[in-house]
Design a protein around this ligand. Structure first.
Ligand code: SF4
Length: 479
Protein backbone atom coordinates (compact mmCIF):
# COMPACT_ATOMS: atom_id res chain seq x y z
CA UNK A 1 0.00 0.00 0.00
CA UNK A 2 1.25 3.52 -0.87
CA UNK A 3 2.23 5.67 2.11
CA UNK A 4 0.14 8.84 2.19
CA UNK A 5 1.89 12.19 1.91
CA UNK A 6 1.48 14.22 5.09
CA UNK A 7 0.38 17.85 5.12
CA UNK A 8 0.18 19.82 8.35
CA UNK A 9 -1.98 22.93 8.89
CA UNK A 10 -1.02 24.90 12.00
CA UNK A 11 -2.60 27.96 13.55
CA UNK A 12 -0.46 31.08 13.64
CA UNK A 13 -2.03 34.50 13.94
CA UNK A 14 1.02 36.71 14.15
CA UNK A 15 4.38 37.27 12.50
CA UNK A 16 6.34 36.30 15.59
CA UNK A 17 9.65 34.67 14.49
CA UNK A 18 9.99 32.64 17.72
CA UNK A 19 6.46 31.27 17.43
CA UNK A 20 6.93 30.51 13.72
CA UNK A 21 10.23 28.78 14.45
CA UNK A 22 8.60 26.60 17.08
CA UNK A 23 5.76 25.61 14.74
CA UNK A 24 8.11 24.89 11.83
CA UNK A 25 10.51 22.88 14.00
CA UNK A 26 7.65 20.68 15.23
CA UNK A 27 6.46 20.34 11.63
CA UNK A 28 9.92 19.22 10.51
CA UNK A 29 10.04 16.68 13.34
CA UNK A 30 6.62 15.27 12.49
CA UNK A 31 7.49 15.05 8.81
CA UNK A 32 10.89 13.49 9.50
CA UNK A 33 12.72 16.35 7.81
CA UNK A 34 16.46 16.79 8.41
CA UNK A 35 18.04 19.49 6.23
CA UNK A 36 21.55 18.68 5.06
CA UNK A 37 24.31 19.71 2.62
CA UNK A 38 23.67 22.82 0.53
CA UNK A 39 20.40 24.05 2.01
CA UNK A 40 18.59 26.70 -0.02
CA UNK A 41 15.47 28.52 1.18
CA UNK A 42 13.30 29.90 -1.62
CA UNK A 43 10.79 32.54 -0.45
CA UNK A 44 8.35 34.36 -2.72
CA UNK A 45 9.74 37.88 -3.16
CA UNK A 46 8.17 38.59 -6.55
CA UNK A 47 7.92 42.22 -5.48
CA UNK A 48 8.21 43.80 -2.06
CA UNK A 49 7.71 47.20 -0.55
CA UNK A 50 6.45 47.89 2.99
CA UNK A 51 4.06 50.64 1.82
CA UNK A 52 2.91 49.83 -1.70
CA UNK A 53 3.35 46.06 -1.97
CA UNK A 54 3.03 44.91 1.66
CA UNK A 55 1.19 41.61 1.03
CA UNK A 56 2.92 40.31 -2.09
CA UNK A 57 5.83 38.47 -0.45
CA UNK A 58 6.81 35.88 2.12
CA UNK A 59 7.35 37.95 5.24
CA UNK A 60 10.82 38.44 6.76
CA UNK A 61 9.59 37.20 10.15
CA UNK A 62 8.49 33.99 8.47
CA UNK A 63 11.89 33.56 6.83
CA UNK A 64 13.50 34.31 10.21
CA UNK A 65 11.43 31.62 11.94
CA UNK A 66 12.14 28.99 9.28
CA UNK A 67 15.87 29.78 9.29
CA UNK A 68 15.97 29.28 13.09
CA UNK A 69 14.13 25.95 12.82
CA UNK A 70 16.32 24.84 9.92
CA UNK A 71 19.51 25.53 11.86
CA UNK A 72 18.21 23.58 14.84
CA UNK A 73 17.17 20.59 12.75
CA UNK A 74 20.02 20.49 10.21
CA UNK A 75 22.93 18.07 10.13
CA UNK A 76 26.09 17.93 7.98
CA UNK A 77 25.51 21.45 6.68
CA UNK A 78 27.74 22.84 3.93
CA UNK A 79 25.82 26.06 3.40
CA UNK A 80 22.52 27.69 4.28
CA UNK A 81 21.32 30.23 1.75
CA UNK A 82 18.28 32.22 0.67
CA UNK A 83 17.71 32.52 -3.06
CA UNK A 84 15.08 34.04 -5.32
CA UNK A 85 14.46 35.94 -8.55
CA UNK A 86 11.98 38.81 -8.25
CA UNK A 87 9.37 39.67 -10.87
CA UNK A 88 10.41 40.60 -14.39
CA UNK A 89 13.10 43.35 -14.54
CA UNK A 90 12.98 44.18 -10.80
CA UNK A 91 16.44 43.54 -9.24
CA UNK A 92 16.08 40.85 -6.60
CA UNK A 93 18.34 42.75 -4.19
CA UNK A 94 15.74 45.57 -4.26
CA UNK A 95 12.98 43.17 -3.19
CA UNK A 96 15.18 41.56 -0.50
CA UNK A 97 15.92 45.01 0.91
CA UNK A 98 12.30 46.12 0.83
CA UNK A 99 11.09 42.81 2.28
CA UNK A 100 13.48 43.23 5.23
CA UNK A 101 15.35 40.00 4.43
CA UNK A 102 18.90 41.35 4.70
CA UNK A 103 19.12 41.69 8.52
CA UNK A 104 17.51 38.26 8.90
CA UNK A 105 19.98 36.63 6.50
CA UNK A 106 22.84 38.36 8.29
CA UNK A 107 21.57 37.34 11.73
CA UNK A 108 21.52 33.68 10.70
CA UNK A 109 24.88 33.92 8.89
CA UNK A 110 23.19 32.62 5.77
CA UNK A 111 24.14 33.55 2.23
CA UNK A 112 21.91 35.50 -0.18
CA UNK A 113 21.70 34.35 -3.78
CA UNK A 114 20.14 36.87 -6.11
CA UNK A 115 19.36 34.63 -9.05
CA UNK A 116 19.69 37.55 -11.49
CA UNK A 117 23.35 37.96 -10.46
CA UNK A 118 24.65 34.39 -10.49
CA UNK A 119 25.66 32.08 -13.33
CA UNK A 120 22.86 30.46 -15.31
CA UNK A 121 23.47 26.87 -16.34
CA UNK A 122 21.63 24.64 -18.83
CA UNK A 123 19.62 21.69 -17.56
CA UNK A 124 18.46 18.88 -19.82
CA UNK A 125 14.85 17.81 -19.34
CA UNK A 126 13.81 14.25 -20.06
CA UNK A 127 10.02 14.08 -20.18
CA UNK A 128 8.21 13.94 -23.51
CA UNK A 129 5.46 16.24 -22.21
CA UNK A 130 7.90 19.13 -21.64
CA UNK A 131 7.66 22.23 -23.81
CA UNK A 132 11.39 22.09 -24.51
CA UNK A 133 14.43 19.87 -23.96
CA UNK A 134 16.59 22.44 -22.19
CA UNK A 135 15.95 25.05 -19.56
CA UNK A 136 18.37 27.37 -17.82
CA UNK A 137 18.62 27.74 -14.07
CA UNK A 138 20.74 29.69 -11.58
CA UNK A 139 23.73 27.59 -10.50
CA UNK A 140 22.70 27.56 -6.79
CA UNK A 141 19.46 25.79 -7.77
CA UNK A 142 21.29 23.07 -9.66
CA UNK A 143 23.90 22.73 -6.84
CA UNK A 144 21.29 22.60 -4.08
CA UNK A 145 20.97 19.41 -1.99
CA UNK A 146 18.03 20.46 0.12
CA UNK A 147 15.47 22.94 -1.16
CA UNK A 148 13.09 24.52 1.34
CA UNK A 149 10.20 26.15 -0.47
CA UNK A 150 8.59 29.13 1.32
CA UNK A 151 5.68 30.40 -0.81
CA UNK A 152 3.23 33.09 0.13
CA UNK A 153 -0.38 31.86 0.13
CA UNK A 154 -1.93 34.06 -2.58
CA UNK A 155 -4.68 34.08 -5.14
CA UNK A 156 -3.35 34.65 -8.65
CA UNK A 157 -5.16 36.29 -11.56
CA UNK A 158 -3.47 34.04 -14.15
CA UNK A 159 -3.29 30.68 -12.36
CA UNK A 160 -5.99 31.03 -9.66
CA UNK A 161 -3.52 30.35 -6.82
CA UNK A 162 0.23 30.63 -6.28
CA UNK A 163 1.49 28.05 -3.80
CA UNK A 164 4.37 25.56 -3.80
CA UNK A 165 4.43 24.55 -7.49
CA UNK A 166 3.93 28.08 -8.82
CA UNK A 167 6.67 29.48 -6.56
CA UNK A 168 9.16 27.79 -8.92
CA UNK A 169 8.62 30.54 -11.49
CA UNK A 170 11.11 32.46 -9.32
CA UNK A 171 13.90 29.93 -9.86
CA UNK A 172 14.67 31.33 -13.31
CA UNK A 173 16.24 34.62 -14.30
CA UNK A 174 14.34 36.98 -16.63
CA UNK A 175 15.99 35.92 -19.87
CA UNK A 176 14.64 32.40 -19.33
CA UNK A 177 11.67 33.12 -17.11
CA UNK A 178 9.73 34.89 -19.85
CA UNK A 179 10.15 31.93 -22.24
CA UNK A 180 6.73 30.19 -22.31
CA UNK A 181 5.43 32.61 -19.66
CA UNK A 182 2.38 33.09 -21.83
CA UNK A 183 -0.50 30.89 -22.86
CA UNK A 184 1.75 27.95 -21.84
CA UNK A 185 2.42 29.23 -18.31
CA UNK A 186 0.70 26.28 -16.60
CA UNK A 187 2.74 23.82 -18.70
CA UNK A 188 5.93 25.71 -17.90
CA UNK A 189 5.25 25.47 -14.15
CA UNK A 190 4.83 21.70 -14.48
CA UNK A 191 8.08 21.47 -16.51
CA UNK A 192 10.00 23.38 -13.83
CA UNK A 193 9.28 20.67 -11.28
CA UNK A 194 11.68 18.31 -13.06
CA UNK A 195 14.84 20.23 -12.15
CA UNK A 196 14.44 19.91 -8.39
CA UNK A 197 11.85 18.94 -5.80
CA UNK A 198 11.58 20.71 -2.45
CA UNK A 199 12.30 18.50 0.55
CA UNK A 200 10.34 20.75 2.86
CA UNK A 201 7.61 23.28 2.17
CA UNK A 202 6.24 25.88 4.60
CA UNK A 203 3.61 28.25 3.24
CA UNK A 204 3.16 31.69 4.74
CA UNK A 205 -0.62 31.78 5.11
CA UNK A 206 -0.60 33.95 8.22
CA UNK A 207 -1.84 36.87 6.16
CA UNK A 208 -2.80 35.44 2.78
CA UNK A 209 -3.36 37.45 -0.41
CA UNK A 210 -6.58 37.69 -2.39
CA UNK A 211 -7.23 38.51 -6.07
CA UNK A 212 -3.92 39.92 -7.33
CA UNK A 213 -0.38 38.61 -6.96
CA UNK A 214 1.46 41.96 -6.75
CA UNK A 215 -1.21 44.04 -5.02
CA UNK A 216 -3.28 41.44 -3.17
CA UNK A 217 -5.88 42.41 -0.60
CA UNK A 218 -4.94 40.85 2.73
CA UNK A 219 -6.86 37.99 4.29
CA UNK A 220 -6.12 37.03 7.88
CA UNK A 221 -5.99 33.28 7.37
CA UNK A 222 -3.80 32.61 10.43
CA UNK A 223 -2.25 29.43 9.04
CA UNK A 224 1.10 27.84 8.26
CA UNK A 225 0.92 24.86 5.89
CA UNK A 226 3.78 22.35 5.84
CA UNK A 227 4.63 19.23 3.89
CA UNK A 228 7.26 17.50 1.81
CA UNK A 229 5.45 17.14 -1.51
CA UNK A 230 4.38 20.16 -3.58
CA UNK A 231 1.33 18.49 -5.16
CA UNK A 232 0.05 17.28 -1.79
CA UNK A 233 0.57 20.69 -0.16
CA UNK A 234 -1.07 22.55 -3.06
CA UNK A 235 -4.02 20.14 -3.04
CA UNK A 236 -4.67 20.81 0.63
CA UNK A 237 -4.30 24.56 0.09
CA UNK A 238 -6.87 24.38 -2.74
CA UNK A 239 -9.34 22.80 -0.34
CA UNK A 240 -8.52 25.46 2.25
CA UNK A 241 -9.97 28.12 -0.08
CA UNK A 242 -12.73 26.13 -1.82
CA UNK A 243 -10.87 25.50 -5.08
CA UNK A 244 -11.22 22.16 -6.85
CA UNK A 245 -7.59 20.97 -7.28
CA UNK A 246 -8.45 20.00 -10.87
CA UNK A 247 -8.97 23.71 -11.59
CA UNK A 248 -5.39 24.47 -10.61
CA UNK A 249 -4.10 23.43 -14.01
CA UNK A 250 -0.39 23.27 -13.18
CA UNK A 251 -1.26 21.04 -10.21
CA UNK A 252 -3.23 18.71 -12.46
CA UNK A 253 -0.39 18.60 -14.99
CA UNK A 254 2.25 18.00 -12.30
CA UNK A 255 0.17 15.30 -10.65
CA UNK A 256 -0.49 13.56 -13.98
CA UNK A 257 3.29 13.49 -14.47
CA UNK A 258 3.70 11.63 -11.19
CA UNK A 259 5.00 14.46 -8.98
CA UNK A 260 2.40 13.78 -6.29
CA UNK A 261 -1.28 13.41 -5.44
CA UNK A 262 -4.15 15.79 -6.12
CA UNK A 263 -6.76 13.67 -4.38
CA UNK A 264 -7.33 14.75 -0.79
CA UNK A 265 -8.10 11.12 0.13
CA UNK A 266 -4.51 10.25 -0.71
CA UNK A 267 -3.17 12.84 1.73
CA UNK A 268 -2.89 12.60 5.49
CA UNK A 269 -3.95 16.08 6.71
CA UNK A 270 -3.08 16.89 10.34
CA UNK A 271 -2.20 19.85 12.59
CA UNK A 272 -4.08 21.98 15.10
CA UNK A 273 -6.14 23.88 12.48
CA UNK A 274 -8.74 21.42 11.07
CA UNK A 275 -9.41 21.77 7.36
CA UNK A 276 -13.14 22.25 7.91
CA UNK A 277 -12.47 25.11 10.29
CA UNK A 278 -10.14 26.78 7.77
CA UNK A 279 -12.80 26.39 5.07
CA UNK A 280 -15.39 27.99 7.31
CA UNK A 281 -13.05 30.94 7.81
CA UNK A 282 -12.28 31.33 4.08
CA UNK A 283 -15.84 31.20 2.74
CA UNK A 284 -15.43 34.75 1.40
CA UNK A 285 -11.84 34.42 0.19
CA UNK A 286 -11.72 36.32 -3.11
CA UNK A 287 -10.21 35.48 -6.47
CA UNK A 288 -9.88 37.40 -9.70
CA UNK A 289 -10.38 35.08 -12.65
CA UNK A 290 -12.36 37.43 -14.86
CA UNK A 291 -11.56 38.08 -18.49
CA UNK A 292 -10.36 41.64 -19.07
CA UNK A 293 -13.23 42.51 -21.45
CA UNK A 294 -15.68 42.18 -18.55
CA UNK A 295 -13.33 43.23 -15.74
CA UNK A 296 -13.04 46.97 -16.30
CA UNK A 297 -16.49 48.53 -15.94
CA UNK A 298 -18.06 51.60 -17.49
CA UNK A 299 -16.49 53.87 -14.86
CA UNK A 300 -13.02 53.02 -16.11
CA UNK A 301 -11.41 54.78 -19.07
CA UNK A 302 -10.14 51.44 -20.29
CA UNK A 303 -12.15 49.14 -22.54
CA UNK A 304 -10.93 45.85 -23.95
CA UNK A 305 -11.54 43.67 -26.98
CA UNK A 306 -10.42 40.07 -26.61
CA UNK A 307 -10.06 37.85 -29.67
CA UNK A 308 -8.99 34.27 -30.26
CA UNK A 309 -5.69 32.75 -29.15
CA UNK A 310 -3.27 30.44 -30.93
CA UNK A 311 -3.06 27.46 -28.54
CA UNK A 312 -5.51 24.56 -28.85
CA UNK A 313 -5.73 24.12 -25.06
CA UNK A 314 -7.03 27.69 -24.52
CA UNK A 315 -8.40 29.26 -27.72
CA UNK A 316 -10.70 31.73 -25.96
CA UNK A 317 -8.27 33.35 -23.51
CA UNK A 318 -4.59 33.71 -22.74
CA UNK A 319 -4.16 32.97 -19.08
CA UNK A 320 -0.53 33.56 -18.19
CA UNK A 321 0.20 36.40 -20.59
CA UNK A 322 -0.77 39.89 -21.65
CA UNK A 323 -4.34 40.07 -20.24
CA UNK A 324 -3.24 39.17 -16.71
CA UNK A 325 -0.28 41.55 -16.96
CA UNK A 326 -2.74 44.32 -17.84
CA UNK A 327 -4.86 43.57 -14.75
CA UNK A 328 -1.80 43.58 -12.51
CA UNK A 329 -0.57 46.84 -14.05
CA UNK A 330 -3.95 48.53 -13.53
CA UNK A 331 -4.01 47.46 -9.89
CA UNK A 332 -0.51 48.84 -9.41
CA UNK A 333 -1.66 52.19 -10.84
CA UNK A 334 -4.59 52.14 -8.46
CA UNK A 335 -2.31 51.54 -5.48
CA UNK A 336 -0.38 54.72 -6.36
CA UNK A 337 -3.13 56.86 -7.89
CA UNK A 338 -6.56 55.86 -6.47
CA UNK A 339 -8.53 57.82 -9.13
CA UNK A 340 -6.53 56.59 -12.09
CA UNK A 341 -9.41 54.63 -13.66
CA UNK A 342 -11.31 57.84 -14.35
CA UNK A 343 -8.36 60.27 -14.56
CA UNK A 344 -6.41 58.46 -17.27
CA UNK A 345 -6.86 59.21 -20.96
CA UNK A 346 -9.09 56.69 -22.68
CA UNK A 347 -7.48 53.52 -23.99
CA UNK A 348 -9.01 50.69 -26.00
CA UNK A 349 -6.93 47.54 -25.49
CA UNK A 350 -7.01 44.83 -28.15
CA UNK A 351 -5.47 41.38 -27.69
CA UNK A 352 -5.73 38.15 -29.68
CA UNK A 353 -7.00 37.57 -33.20
CA UNK A 354 -9.86 39.99 -33.71
CA UNK A 355 -12.05 40.13 -36.80
CA UNK A 356 -14.51 42.81 -37.83
CA UNK A 357 -14.80 46.48 -36.85
CA UNK A 358 -13.68 47.62 -33.41
CA UNK A 359 -16.14 49.45 -31.22
CA UNK A 360 -13.87 52.42 -30.46
CA UNK A 361 -14.75 55.91 -29.33
CA UNK A 362 -13.31 59.07 -30.90
CA UNK A 363 -11.22 59.92 -27.85
CA UNK A 364 -9.72 56.46 -27.33
CA UNK A 365 -6.16 55.45 -28.23
CA UNK A 366 -6.10 51.88 -29.49
CA UNK A 367 -3.40 49.60 -28.08
CA UNK A 368 -2.88 46.34 -29.97
CA UNK A 369 -0.94 44.22 -27.51
CA UNK A 370 1.05 41.03 -27.98
CA UNK A 371 2.62 39.07 -30.81
CA UNK A 372 -0.50 36.94 -31.27
CA UNK A 373 -2.72 39.96 -31.94
CA UNK A 374 -4.05 40.57 -35.42
CA UNK A 375 -6.66 42.90 -36.86
CA UNK A 376 -7.39 44.69 -40.10
CA UNK A 377 -9.66 47.69 -40.57
CA UNK A 378 -9.87 51.47 -40.60
CA UNK A 379 -9.11 53.87 -37.79
CA UNK A 380 -9.81 57.56 -38.55
CA UNK A 381 -9.84 56.69 -42.26
CA UNK A 382 -6.38 55.07 -42.06
CA UNK A 383 -6.12 51.45 -43.13
CA UNK A 384 -4.51 49.53 -40.29
CA UNK A 385 -3.23 45.98 -40.57
CA UNK A 386 -1.84 44.30 -37.46
CA UNK A 387 -0.25 40.94 -38.24
CA UNK A 388 0.48 38.15 -35.81
CA UNK A 389 4.13 37.25 -35.25
CA UNK A 390 3.34 34.67 -32.57
CA UNK A 391 5.62 31.61 -32.42
CA UNK A 392 4.73 28.37 -30.61
CA UNK A 393 7.16 27.07 -27.93
CA UNK A 394 9.07 24.70 -30.24
CA UNK A 395 9.87 27.61 -32.59
CA UNK A 396 11.56 29.59 -29.80
CA UNK A 397 15.22 28.86 -29.08
CA UNK A 398 15.74 29.27 -25.33
CA UNK A 399 19.48 29.87 -25.95
CA UNK A 400 18.77 32.99 -28.02
CA UNK A 401 16.42 34.91 -25.79
CA UNK A 402 16.63 38.62 -24.99
CA UNK A 403 17.92 39.96 -21.66
CA UNK A 404 14.83 41.91 -20.46
CA UNK A 405 17.18 44.40 -18.83
CA UNK A 406 15.25 46.92 -16.72
CA UNK A 407 16.85 50.10 -18.09
CA UNK A 408 16.79 48.94 -21.73
CA UNK A 409 13.16 47.81 -21.43
CA UNK A 410 12.16 51.07 -19.80
CA UNK A 411 13.95 53.14 -22.44
CA UNK A 412 12.59 51.15 -25.38
CA UNK A 413 8.97 51.13 -24.17
CA UNK A 414 8.97 54.83 -23.33
CA UNK A 415 10.64 55.69 -26.65
CA UNK A 416 8.14 53.59 -28.62
CA UNK A 417 5.21 55.23 -26.81
CA UNK A 418 6.76 58.70 -27.31
CA UNK A 419 7.33 58.21 -31.05
CA UNK A 420 3.71 57.12 -31.54
CA UNK A 421 2.26 59.75 -29.23
CA UNK A 422 0.33 61.57 -31.94
CA UNK A 423 -1.16 58.42 -33.45
CA UNK A 424 -4.54 56.93 -32.68
CA UNK A 425 -3.08 53.45 -32.36
CA UNK A 426 0.04 51.60 -31.28
CA UNK A 427 1.16 47.98 -31.58
CA UNK A 428 3.08 46.70 -28.56
CA UNK A 429 4.95 43.52 -29.38
CA UNK A 430 5.99 40.72 -27.08
CA UNK A 431 4.83 37.35 -25.84
CA UNK A 432 4.40 38.09 -22.94
CA UNK A 433 4.21 41.87 -22.71
CA UNK A 434 5.22 42.15 -19.07
CA UNK A 435 3.53 44.01 -16.21
CA UNK A 436 6.35 46.59 -16.20
CA UNK A 437 5.92 47.25 -19.94
CA UNK A 438 2.18 47.70 -19.43
CA UNK A 439 2.92 50.21 -16.68
CA UNK A 440 5.25 52.22 -18.92
CA UNK A 441 2.89 52.26 -21.92
CA UNK A 442 -0.13 53.17 -19.83
CA UNK A 443 1.73 55.96 -18.06
CA UNK A 444 2.64 57.50 -21.44
CA UNK A 445 -0.58 56.87 -23.37
CA UNK A 446 -2.96 57.29 -20.43
CA UNK A 447 -0.94 60.34 -19.28
CA UNK A 448 -0.82 59.15 -15.68
CA UNK A 449 2.14 59.17 -13.35
CA UNK A 450 4.57 56.29 -13.57
CA UNK A 451 4.71 54.18 -10.38
CA UNK A 452 8.22 53.02 -11.23
CA UNK A 453 9.39 56.64 -11.10
CA UNK A 454 7.69 57.24 -7.73
CA UNK A 455 10.13 58.76 -5.18
CA UNK A 456 9.65 55.70 -2.97
CA UNK A 457 10.89 53.47 -5.77
CA UNK A 458 13.25 55.30 -8.08
CA UNK A 459 16.36 55.71 -5.91
CA UNK A 460 16.42 52.28 -4.24
CA UNK A 461 15.34 50.56 -7.45
CA UNK A 462 18.07 52.14 -9.55
CA UNK A 463 20.74 51.71 -6.86
CA UNK A 464 19.86 48.01 -6.74
CA UNK A 465 19.89 47.82 -10.52
CA UNK A 466 23.46 49.13 -10.84
CA UNK A 467 24.64 46.89 -7.97
CA UNK A 468 22.99 43.97 -9.74
CA UNK A 469 24.72 44.83 -13.05
CA UNK A 470 28.13 45.08 -11.35
CA UNK A 471 27.73 41.80 -9.49
CA UNK A 472 26.37 40.01 -12.52
CA UNK A 473 29.51 41.09 -14.40
CA UNK A 474 31.89 40.06 -11.59
CA UNK A 475 30.19 36.70 -11.12
CA UNK A 476 31.07 35.76 -14.68
CA UNK A 477 34.61 35.23 -13.44
CA UNK A 478 33.66 33.13 -10.42
CA UNK A 479 33.84 29.34 -10.83
S1 SF4 B 1 1.12 37.60 -27.19
FE1 SF4 B 1 0.30 37.86 -25.14
S2 SF4 B 1 -1.84 37.29 -25.28
FE2 SF4 B 1 -0.82 36.48 -27.10
S3 SF4 B 1 -0.23 34.38 -26.57
FE3 SF4 B 1 1.51 35.70 -26.13
S4 SF4 B 1 1.25 36.23 -23.95
FE4 SF4 B 1 -0.73 35.47 -24.68
Amino acid sequence: MNVKHKVIIMRCDEYDPAKISNIVKKGMEELGVRPTGNILLKPNAVLAHPEVFPYAFTRAEFLDGVLSATKEMAADVREISVGERSGITIPTRFSFKMAGYNPVIKKHKAKAYYFDEVKQVPYKLKRNENLRENMFFPKPIVDCDFLINLPKFKAHPWCRLTLSLKNFIGIQDDRHRLVDHNIYLEHKIADLQEVIQPKFIAIDGIVAGQKMMLTPTPFNMGAIVMGTNSCAVDTVCCHMVHVDPKDLIHLRLASERGFGPMDINQIDVSGDFPLNEVREKTKNFEFCMEHIDSYFDKDCNLSCTVGAFPAAHSPDYCWGGCPGALQEAMHIFKAYYPNVYTDMKKIHYVVGKVEGPLNIQDDETVMFVGNCTSWEGNIDGEHVKIESSYKPPKAIDEKKTKSNDMVLKTASTLLNAFLKKNRRWIHVKGCTVSVAEHVHYFSMIGKTGNPLFDPRMIVPLNTSYYQMRANRFLNRFVG
